[in-house]
Write a protein that binds this ligand. Structure first.
Ligand code: FES
Length: 148
C-alpha cells in the first residue's frame, strides 16, 4: 500500500482531508477499491462507515470499477422532456450495456444522474468530465467514434 501511504502522508493523515484522499484514490484506480478504503480507515482511525457515507454521497466517486471512459446522461425532468431517454437508449444500444454497467473490455461505463444544475442547456451528457449541452441523438455515435 505504498502509494496509499504516500497519499496519506501528503494529506498529513488528517481526517479533514478525506475527500481529497478519496479523489486521489479514485483518479489512480478509477474507483474506490474496498481493501484500500479499509486500509485508509485503519490508518486515519476513521470509521469505515463514515468513509462509505462520503464515498456514496458524491457522484464523482464509484465503489465499482469504472471503464476508461465515463459517460453520464442526465435524466432529470428538464433533460428528460428534451429527449434524454432516447439518448440514454442509444448509448445503451451502441455500447450493449445498461445504465450503471461497464463494457466487458472496461472501455466504457454508462451512468445516469438526476440533474446537473444546468437544465437550460439540456439535454446534458457528460463525457469524461466534459459537459455537452443540447445533446442530440446523432451526437451519440460521434462521441463514441471520437473515443475509438
Ligand atoms: S435536468 Fe438535466 S441538468 Fe437539470
Amino acid at each position: 500500500m505504498k502509494n496509499i501511504d504516500t497519499n496519506l502522508e501528503n494529506y498529513h493523515y488528517r481526517k479533514t482531508n478525506i475527500i481529497q484522499i478519496l479523489q486521489d484514490i479514485q483518479s489512480e484506480h478509477n474507483y474506490l477499491p474496498e481493501k484500500i478504503l479499509k486500509y485508509v480507515s485503519e490508518r486515519l482511525k476513521m470509521p469505515l462507515s463514515t468513509i462509505y457515507s462520503i464515498a456514496t454521497f458524491y457522484a464523482a466517486f464509484s465503489l465499482n470499477p469504472r471503464g476508461k471512459h465515463l459517460c453520464t446522461v442526465c435524466m432529470g425532468t428538464a433533460c428528460h422532456v428534451r429527449g434524454a431517454a432516447a439518448i440514454l437508449n442509444e448509448f445503451e444500444r451502441k455500447l450493449d450495456i445498461k445504465a450503471g454497467e461497464t463494457t466487458g473490455d472496461m472501455n466504457y461505463s454508462l451512468e445516469t444522474v438526476n440533474c446537473l444544475g444546468c437544465c437550460a442547456i439540456g439535454p446534458i451528457v457528460v463525457y469524461d468530465g466534459k459537459y455537452m449541452g443540447e445533446f442530440k441523438l446523432k451526437d451519440v455515435a460521434a462521441v463514441l467514434k471520437e473515443k475509438e
